[in-house]
Structure formats: structure tokens, C-alpha cells
Design a protein around this ligand. Structure first.
Ligand SMILES: [Zn+2]
Length: 421
């Protein structure tokens, strides 16, 4: 929870950000419901509606809310209460990819609330896979109808605007979600002989459509890339090594639909597990399953995420996603120096500048980096404490501390340079 000084300071930063904001109005703004949060709850107030962009812009500049969400749905009466009285007209299809659902190895290297560059890269790779391997080829959605924005914290939101998808109800959305996450996929539909003794295991070929082709291509790609890629598919080391040793034979087999080149017990379980690892990892929790809840409120692209101070920045195009760096491009606040006291903070990079690691440090950082740490709960902003401490430090600095101070000042100077550039 933020202290009084901290919240007052951030309200000021937010007000300044929202007073100079560009157009963040979603398509069909007058039919959307809006919700707003404070520093404790992401959605504290909902059932708001705005006539047009100017009215929304005025509200944001005046209230400077830490979280701004809008409905994926359009309604006849977006401010109606209860939900049934709103008159649901349809909803965009939205997917939420979050690094915390990806079971990344870096989870063991940093606190769960921290986000490292591997978390962000993992979320980006999953987003790319969702669009390139599912939304475009399997569902036929047009690339120009798909927009991606950084969530503002540890992932990406993928919005699909499609006339056909707009009217889909919760059940149809659940089927889409099940397909991309590999839920309820019947292995027997592409392994007709699986589980039958003494019969050759016939399986999918790379040219097959849907999940069969995906599985064949996924396994071939992993076999060609070696043991560690196979282990990323959830295959145990000894099996992965065996597959790598026999790679030429295995690839040739799968290419012709013969999956019996691989001698594996419990084949059903084995391939089901591999399939799960090729599938998209979305949170299964009902309250977080954005894709299937037709009344869901989601962060408005272009607004700030109150747990990081970063913007839920819209990526220019799907092609631009590969080079998109949220820790540079989603920065909202300036580079003025802010004194903070940190807890234990892993090293991180913002605006191309390396910061940290810190441990109980009293330091000055550019506003964007200081606010990132404070809002994430890794630092506090208490000017009195920081000033008192810096006076004491002046008398007692050891050589090592002086060197560290010099390094820090260089970081700070560089950061300022970047922030203004
Ligand atoms: Zn990480």
C-alpha cells in the first residue's frame, strides 16, 4: 500500500500526464462502459459512460485515476445498472497474455511481483505465437483487425476487431479459448490408432490443418533444434536425448504421418503433454479469463497502469512488436530526480539505462524509474528520511561507498540524458 506522500506525489504525476494526453478514446466510445481504480483496487468504480473523446479527456485530466478500464462490449445504455439493463450489442475479442502464467524459469530468480526482461520477452513470444500460429491461420482473422498493446505491467493485450467475432456469446468464446489453450482437444482425432496395441501409430502430418499440423510442426521444429527445445515441450531429458539421436528418422517419420519411429510408453499421455506445451498459456482462472467474459473491463490502451506508472502502450503494428521495448517505449513520466528509499531491488533497465541492484539504498532516480519502484512496492518516497540520511552519509562514506555513489551519479546523469532525449 502506498504511503500518503507517495499517493499525493503520484496523483500529481498522473494529473500532469493526463492533462497532456493524446486521443485514447476507443472505437464506439459512447457505447462503452468505463471503470476506474485507485491505488488499492484496479476497478473501484464502474458503469461510467462518455459521450465523446473530449468528455473522457476532461474526466481523465480532472480525476487522474491510477487505473482506467473500458468494456470490450458495446451497449445500448453503457451506464445502465444492473448489467442486464445495459443492452449488450456485441464485444471485441480480447486475449490477455501475462508472464506470470508462462511458468518461466526466471520466476526462481526474482520475487514474483518483479518483472525482468525475460518475463517481458516470454510474454512477447507468446503473443506472437497466438497471432501468427492461431488467430491468423486457424481463425482467419485479418492482421489489420488485430491490435496489440502492452498491458502496463507484465504482458500484452491482444484486441481483435472482427464483425463475425463481435456477436459471439460466452460459449463460443469459451470454445475459441479452449482451442488456443489446447483444452479438451481429442488426441484420437489425429492419432486414430492411439492406445491400440500392436498397431502402427498413425499421426498428423505437418501439412494438416489445425492442431494436428501444429503438433507435427512443433515436434519437428523442436527435434531439429535439439534436446533443450524438446525439454521446453515438457519432454524428459532421456526421451529428449533419444529423439535428438534419432532426429533424421523421427522427422522423416512424422513428415509421412508415421509416429512409430519414436518408442515411447504411454504415448497418449506423452503427446497430450507436448500438445499442452505448444498451446497458448492463458490464465484459466474464471475471473481473469478475459476472452470468455463478454462483460469484462480491460485496461484502456494509452492510459497508465497504477502498479508501475507505465503506459498500456499500443504497439504501432504487429510487425513492430518484435522490436517493441515497453521499458523504453511505455514510459510516462519525466526524468526529474526523485529521492527514494529502496528495499531489495534486482537490476533493471529503463529508457536504455541500467539501474541497480539496490538494497535498502537511499538514492535519487529519474521520476520514471523512481515511480516504477515505488508503485511496484520496492521503494518509498519519503524526502525527509532521504535528506536526513544523506547528511549522515557525507561524514561517513567509505572509499567503496564513494565509488558506488559515483557510479550511481553516472547512472542518474545518463538516465536524465535519455529521459530528455
Ligand atoms: Zn522474469
Amino acid at each position: 500500500m502506498l504511503g500518503e506522500n507517495d499517493s499525493r506525489f503520484f496523483k500529481r504525476l498522473l494529473a500532469s500526464f493526463y492533462s497532456g494526453i493524446g486521443n485514447v478514446a476507443p472505437r464506439g466510445i459512447s457505447k462503452r462502459e468505463f471503470g476506474f481504480g485507485d491505488f488499492e483496487r484496479k476497478i473501484r468504480y464502474r458503469h461510467y459512460s462518455f459521450r465523446d473523446e473530449a468528455q473522457l479527456r476532461n474526466y481523465l485530466a480532472k480525476e487522474a485515476p491510477p487505473f482506467v478500464s473500458y468494456s470490450m462490449a458495446e451497449y445500448e445504455r453503457p451506464d445502465g445498472k444492473p448489467m442486464e439493463s445495459k443492452g449488450w450489442l456485441g464485444a471485441d475479442l480480447v486475449f490477455d497474455i501475462d508472464a506470470s502464467d508462462l511458468k518461466l524459469k526466471c520466476r526462481n530468480e526474482h520475487p514474483s511481483s518483479w518483472v525482468c526482461s525475460k518475463c517481458l520477452e516470454g510474454a512477447k513470444a507468446e503473443t506472437t505465437k497466438l497471432i501468427e500460429e492461431f488467430l491468423i491461420p486457424d481463425f482467419g482473422f485479418a492482421e489489420k483487425g488485430i491490435s496489440v498493446n502492452f498491458s502496463g505491467n507484465r504482458g500484452y493485450h491482444i484486441h481483435v476487431e472482427d464483425v463475425g467475432a463481435f456477436k459471439l456469446g460466452g460459449d463460443a468464446r469459451k470454445q475459441i479459448s479452449d482451442y488456443i489453450t489446447g483444452n479438451n482437444i481429442m488426441l484420437t482425432s489425429f492419432f486414430p490408432t492411439i492406445g491400440r496395441r500392436g498397431v502402427r501409430l498413425e499421426g498428423p502430418r505437418p501439412s494438416d490443418s489445425g492442431w494436428g499440423g501444429k503438433l507435427a510442426n512443433g515436434v519437428i521444429k523442436a527435434v531439429n533444434s535439439g534436446t533443450s527445445s524438446l525439454m521446453d515441450l515438457g519432454i524428459e531429458k532421456k526421451d529428449a536425448q533419444m529423439l535428438t539421436r534419432k532426429s533424421a528418422e523421427v522427422v522423416l517419420g512424422i513428415s509421412t504421418g508415421n509416429w512409430d519411429k519414436i518408442n515411447i510408453p504411454k504415448k497418449g499421455e506423452f503427446w497430450a503433454n507436448v500438445l499442452k506445451n505448444i498451446a497458448i498459456k492463458q490464465s484459466d482462472a474464471i475471473d481473469r479469463n478475459v476472452s470468455t467474459d463478454i462483460y469484462h473491463l480491460i485496461r484502456l490502451p494509452g492510459t497508465i497502469h497504477g502498479d508501475t506508472g507505465l503506459v498500456a502502450k499500443k504497439v504501432r503494428s504487429f510487425k513492430a512488436l518484435a522490436d517493441f521495448d515497453p521499458m523504453s517505449e511505455a514510459i510516462a513520466f519525466g526524468a526529474e530526480q526523485i529521492a527514494i528509499r529502496t528495499t531489495k531491488v534486482p537490476a533493471f533497465t529503463m529508457a536504455g539505462t541500467a539501474f541497480g541492484p539496490y538494497e535498502n539504498a537511499e538514492i535519487k532516480l529519474p521520476a520514471y524509474a523512481a515511480s516504477y519502484l515505488v508503485l511496484k512496492g520496492f521503494a518509498s518516497l519519503d524526502p525527509k528520511k532521504a535528506h536526513a540520511a544523506s547528511k549522515v552519509e557525507k561524514k561517513e562514506l567509505t572509499l567503496e561507498e564513494k565509488e558506488q555513489r559515483a557510479r550511481l551519479e553516472k547512472f542518474v546523469a545518463d538516465a536524465e540524458h535519455f529521459g530528455q532525449g
